[in-house]
Design a protein around this ligand. Structure first.
Ligand SMILES: CC(C)=CCC/C(C)=C/CC/C(C)=C/COP(=O)(O)OP(=O)(O)O
Length: 250
C-alpha cells in the first residue's frame, strides 16, 4: 500500500526491493560490554535483551520476513553454572515480557534447538508462547536456544534415517530439497538467511546455521551487541544492498 508513496525507497536510502528477506544475528559481546564497564556479566545479557527487542521490532517494520537470533548455543552449557542459570531465568523473563510486546507487532515466534535439555519451566513457557503467536501474520522470529548448526544437521539426518527405515522415504529420494524439509527451519518460506550479522568483531560462524548459511552474505561489525542500534542495522542493510549475489553462478 505504501509502495508508491515512498517511491520504493526505505529510510536511510534503502531500497524496498533489495531488502533481505531472512536476517540472522549472532548477538556476541554481552559479557565484554559488561566487563568494560565494570559491571557483572548478567547486566551485559540484560542490555543484550533490550537490543534484541528493539532490533526485532525494527526488522519487522522494515519488512524483513524472518529474523533468526542466536541466543544460546549447544556449547554455552560450558559457561559457569551461575551464568547458565541466569540466562535460563532471563529467557523465561523474555518470553513472559518481551515476547508479548513482539507478538503485538504481529510476530510469530518459534524456538529452534534441542529443547529437551532446557529447564522444564522454560519448556512449558516456550510451548505456550509458540502456541499463542502461531496465527500471527507478521515477521517470523526464530530464537535459537540450545541450538547449533551441527545439531540441526544431525537431528535432520536422524529423522531422515527413521523415515528410510520405516519405508516412508527411499534413500534415492534424499536430496538437498528433501534435506531442507527436515531442518529446524523447514516450516518457512525463506529458510536460508540472506544476511548474517555478527557483532563484536569475531570472524567466526561458531556452529550457527551451517547448512542454511551456504550462500548467505556475511557482515561482521566491531560493536559489541549491547551497543548495536537501529542505525547500525540500517547500515548493515545498506552494505547488503550494495553486494552482488551470484550463488556460485556468474
Ligand atoms: C531470548 C533472547 C533473545 C534473549 C536476549 C539475551 C541475549 C542477547 C542473550 C545472548 C546470550 C549470549 C550467549 C550472548 C553472547 O555474548 P557473550 O556472552 O558470548 O559475550 P562475550 O563474547 O563478550 O563473552
Amino acid at each position: 500500500a505504501t509502495s508508491n508513496a515512498d517511491g520504493g525507497k526505505y529510510p536511510g536510502g534503502l531500497k524496498r526491493e533489495l531488502m533481505p528477506k531472512h536476517v540472522a544475528i549472532i548477538m556476541d559481546g554481552n559479557r565484554r560490554w559488561a566487563k568494560n564497564r565494570g559491571l557483572p556479566v548478567q547486566l551485559g545479557h540484560k542490555a543484550g535483551e533490550e537490543v534484541m527487542k528493539r532490533i526485532a521490532i525494527k526488522c519487522s517494520q522494515l519488512g524483513v520476513k524472518v529474523l533468526t537470533v542466536f541466543a544460546f548455543s549447544t556449547e554455552n552449557w560450558l559457561r559457569p553454572q551461575e551464568e547458565v542459570g541466569f540466562l535460563m531465568k532471563l529467557f523465561e523473563q523474555v518470553i513472559q515480557t518481551d515476547f508479548n510486546e513482539l507478538t503485538r507487532h504481529d510476530m510469530q515466534i518459534s524456538i529452534i534447538g534441542d529443547k529437551s535439555r532446557l529447564p522444564k519451566s522454560l519448556q512449558s513457557l516456550i510451548t505456550t508462547a509458540e502456541e499463542s503467536s502461531k496465527s500471527n501474520k507478521g515477521m517470523r522470529l526464530f530464537v535459537a536456544l540450545n541450538y547449533s548448526g551441527r545439531y540441526d544437521i544431525t537431528q535432520a539426518t536422524k529423522k531422515i534415517a527413521s523415515k528410510v527405515r520405516d519405508g516412508i522415504l527411499s534413500a534415492q529420494d534424499i536430496d538437498e530439497g528433501s534435506f531442507d524439509q527436515h531442518l529446524e527451519t523447514s516450516q518457512i518460506d525463506f529458510p536460508n538467511p540472506d544476511l548474517l550479522i555478527r557483532t563484536s568483531g569475531e570472524l567466526r560462524l561458531s556452529n550457527f546455521m551451517l547448512w542454511q548459511l551456504a550462500y548467505t552474505e556475511l557482515l561482521f561489525v566491531q560493536k559489541l551487541f549491547p551497543e548495536f542500534n537501529e542505525g547500525d542495522l540500517l547500515e548493515a542493510f545498506r552494505s547488503f544492498q550494495q553486494r552482488q549475489r551470484r550463488y556460485g553462478g556468474v
